[in-house]
Design a protein around this ligand. Structure first.
Ligand code: SAM
Length: 310
């Protein structure tokens, strides 16, 4: 057998977003000949999906798994030879046995998220340099926007990672976030080894976003100061408010312009913006590879992802 099966466990907060989690993992591992399997062990449980991968790629895959956002643990399926009880073997605590298609397998945990590390990176724990109305720059812990409809900020780490994984193509990817806010996506893209450019039209965020390590511009996403085809990838979260609909559509045109051919673009948007974005993307000739709803604690959003055809 040259292929192994991996079982991905979704984080409880996103256990309904299986299509998104699967596409996230396939995108992160897309150069490694991985394939999503239609079924596998534990299918009676909610929140698992399966990917088969060449055995030779497992080491590289394991090294990338900690970058995942919507998956918190991954198990490798290993065929167990013989009857365990009659052989008198003892099951090790970290290995679970499962029966699937009349065979016995061991589940070997190859990755489990460090929950404390994840919590430490949460928007509530981070500090952000914010310029006040008086022009002073202050370090603020847990800054999540000023409550205005167009500036709700502080995307959870796992949503930001998911967006980056959908579009990035490994270290050195030139990635843009044109609605950067407090930099949730910027931070995760930098951690993935991308070369990141951020933009936001709010000058109060300038010092904070520059401080994160991206190249930052105070700019309107509908009129970006970049050349055509400059970026390999774009991941972003525009404002969700009804008022922002025309801004988001205008920005889609600009994002398509600055994205290179073959590049990928992912947007986390309000459910109410989806129809207009879908239509506009068709007009722009973008090829959809993900269009799925996500429930963020009662807030209906969706992730849309496209590739700009070469
Ligand atoms: C939902 S927030 C982004 C939050 C971000 N993902 C984070 O982790 O903090 C949307 C951001 O878009 C910015 N924005 C709104 N309209 C804009 C426009 N026309 N051009 C650029 N930025 C804009 C707002 O200032 C806000 O920071």
């Amino acid at each position: 057998m040259n292929d192994s099966m991996l079982i991905f466990n979704l984080r409880p907060a996103r256990c309904k977003a299986r299509a998104v989690a699967t596409m996230e993992a396939l995108s992160l591992l897309r150069d490694l000949h991985v394939v999503a399997a239609a079924g596998g062990p534990l299918s009676e449980q909610r929140g698992v999906f399966w990917i088969t991968a060449p055995v030779a790629a497992l080491e590289t895959i394991n090294a990338r798994l900690p970058r995942l956002g919507y998956t918190y643990a991954v198990d490798l399926l290993e065929l167990e030879v013989g009857d365990l009880r009659s052989a008198g073997r003892v099951q090790k605590s970290q290995e679970e046995l499962v029966r699937w298609q009349s065979k016995l397998y061991r589940l070997v945990r190859v990755y489990e998220e460090d929950a404390e590390l994840m919590r430490e990176g949460a928007p509530d724990r981070r500090t952000f340099l914010l310029r006040t109305n008086e022009g002073e720059v202050r370090s603020i812990q847990g800054y999540r926007g000023d409550g205005q409809p167009l500036s709700r900020r502080g995307l959870p780490v796992y949503d930001a990672r998911m967006l980056v994984n959908l579009v990035a193509a490994g270290e050195g990817t030139l990635l843009l976030d044109p609605f950067a806010g407090t930099g949730g996506i910027v931070i995760e893209a930098l951690a993935s080894g991308c070369s990141v450019t951020s933009a936001d039209f709010d000058p109060a965020l300038q010092e904070g976003l520059s401080h994160l390590g991206a190249k930052h511009y105070v700019a309107d996403a509908r009129c970006l100061p970049f050349a055509d085809g400059m970026f390999d990838a774009i991941a972003t979260e525009p404002p969700y408010h009804e008022q922002a609909k025309s801004t988001v559509i205008g920005a889609l045109h600009e994002m398509e312009r600055v994205l290179k051919e073959g590049g990928r673009l992912a947007i986390l948007c309000a459910a109410t913006q989806v129809d207009d974005l879908r239509q506009e993307a068709i007009c722009l000739g973008l090829k959809s590879y993900l269009d799925a709803p996500i429930n963020r604690k009662g807030l209906d959003v969706a992730v849309l992802a496209w590739q700009k055809e070469a």
